[in-house]
Design a protein. Structure first.
Length: 248
């Protein structure tokens, strides 16, 4: 099973929230059939006993009714200018006196549409913001920081101690490290621990990088090459993030 990363989790969460938001908007849209009637026309038909029955959709501010004289075809009336309470009161005052059977659908599920329409975009913004912040701090994500190190696989490392001249002392000390990296079990059997690090120092051009490559070549290990100036950046924390990325 592939390991989930910060970016994949954030992307999956955003996709799911976007899908939920689109579904919510589709759910909130009135789903009615029939030709729209003006308010005055609807009232006139009700007073003339032309409306068989009616159903008030509370949240949608729609009234859906059956038209008597035309084979029960459905007509619908929408009033975007009235609030649901006003529409229900005005329509009821017309339908009840004219003995038109009327039901009220309060559409309780749609009462959550408004708060969810605010909550979901807010969650998306929070996830994106948290992803950017955490990605920057961990050196991953859109603003991920890469060390820029160049990796040489063991088969590419053609350098050996035979290529190093004039550094006999350093080579002599590093031969034991080379054996440790090549056969760690032999040293672990006697309780020896691997060195946490080796510092090679000297003026430019004295062969520090060549010695390091030779050690990797003798031990059959990978070698990463990067300049110290690559860790110097104007933004605080970038250099440290590149060091962590290099060791990772």
């Amino acid at each position: 099973m592939p390991k989930l990363t910060l970016g994949s989790v954030a992307l999956l969460a955003v996709i799911l929230l976007l899908a939920a938001y689109i579904g919510l908007q589709e759910y909130s849209r009135p789903h009615v059939s029939g030709d729209p009637l003006s308010y005055s026309r609807f009232v006139d038909l009700a007073e003339r006993d032309r409306i068989r029955d009616a159903r008030i959709l509370d949240s949608d501010a729609y009234v859906v009714g059956s038209y008597k004289a035309r084979g029960g075809s459905v007509r619908s009336y929408n009033s975007p200018y009235f609030k649901a309470e006003v529409l229900r009161e005005r329509i009821t005052d017309v339908l009840v006196p004219n003995q038109v059977p009327t039901t009220v659908d309060q559409q309780q599920g749609k009462t959550f549409v408004a708060p969810l329409s605010i909550l979901i975009p807010t969650l998306i913004l929070v996830i994106v913001f948290a992803y950017v912040i955490l990605g920057y701090r961990s050196g991953t994500g859109v603003f991920g920081i890469r060390s820029g190190a160049r990796k040489l696989e063991p088969q590419e490392g053609d350098a050996s101690f035979a290529d190093v001249a004039g550094q006999e002392t350093a080579v002599a000390e590093l031969r034991e490290v080379s054996e440790f990296l090549s056969r760690p079990g032999r040293f672990a059997a006697v309780g020896a621990k691997v060195p946490k690090g080796i510092l090679l120092y000297g003026p430019p051009g004295c062969g520090k990088t060549l010695v390091a490559r030779a050690l990797a070549g003798e031990a059959g290990a990978s070698f990463y090459s990067i300049s110290g100036s690559d860790f110097v950046e104007m933004y605080t924390g970038v250099g440290a993030s590149r060091v962590r990325e290099l060791f990772k």
